[in-house]
Design a protein around this ligand. Structure first.
Ligand code: HEC
Ligand code: HEC
Length: 185
């Protein structure tokens, strides 16, 4: 019994020493704060075979070389969504309806599939927009929201992504179709 106890002690202290000296001990998990999306990174990026040190708690995104939205990896997109889009768009949607949007989630924009990491946009669960005559149908049905989408949501979202907002002359840029399916002309 005694022998066993001291053996355990030796093992324990050896371990303690190993942990204390070996800087290579794995870091603690980042606290389960990872969003559902990361569990299903459906776009493997072979060139992204990062060394281990890129994994632990990504608290300091490298500000220096911030890639453009279109060049971001899946993980970088998720990071931008969490750190920029959520707070910024959360505030924007609260302006529209503080009660309804007291707590926006990834699913507010991405739909219920967000839980399984389905982040494709546009989101077919949002109302399909008929753009005929300046969204006349929607203006009639819900002028307040439609205007807010035009005046606030689209521009703020484009800014959060760091992409140009929709330009009606060139028909280029981030617009309603960035989130909604579109029809009509
Ligand atoms: C305010 C709306 C909004 C919210 C909230 C939001 N997103 Fe997004 N997200 C978008 C839009 C819009 C795009 C598409 C941008 C583009 O490529 O035009 C997008 C794209 C993405 C993409 C890239 C999809 C792809 O395949 O290219 C990922 C991943 C993503 N979001 C994850 C998240 C996660 C995770 C959350 C919650 C932490 C979140 N998003 C919350 C609007 C939102
Ligand atoms: C960043 C993503 C995003 C963009 C861009 C966006 N919307 Fe929306 N829109 C939403 C979300 C999210 C809802 C649903 C809110 C809900 O169901 O609670 C919505 C709802 C709507 C509704 C439904 C209103 C109702 O309840 O009847 C209309 C109409 C609408 N949007 C029009 C537009 C128009 C027009 C544009 C472009 C000028 C636009 N949206 C751009 C995210 C977006």
């Amino acid at each position: 019994m005694r022998v066993q106890a001291s053996f355990v002690w030796v093992m324990a202290s050896t371990l303690a020493v190993a942990v204390a000296c070996g800087g290579s001990a794995p870091p603690p998990e980042s606290g389960g704060a990872e969003p559902v999306a990361t569990t299903k990174a459906d776009e493997p990026k072979p060139e992204e075979a990062k060394p281990d040190e890129a994994k632990p708690e990504e608290k300091k995104p490298e500000e220096a070389a911030k890639p453009a939205w279109k060049d971001m990896t899946h993980d970088q997109k998720v990071e931008l969504m969490k750190t920029v889009v959520m707070p910024k768009m959360g505030a924007v949607f609260k302006e529209l309806d503080a009660k309804k949007y007291a707590e926006i989630t990834c699913a507010t924009c991405h739909g219920p599939g967000a839980k399984e990491g389905k982040m494709q946009m546009p989101n077919a669960k949002l109302p399909k927009l008929d753009r005929t005559n300046g969204f006349a149908k929607h203006m009639k049905k819900n002028e307040k929201v439609t205007k807010f989408m035009m005046e606030k949501v689209t521009g703020e979202m484009a800014a959060a992504l760091g992409v140009p907002a929709f330009n009606p002359e060139t028909k280029q840029g981030f617009g309603c179709g960035g989130c909604h399916l579109m029809e009509g002309k």
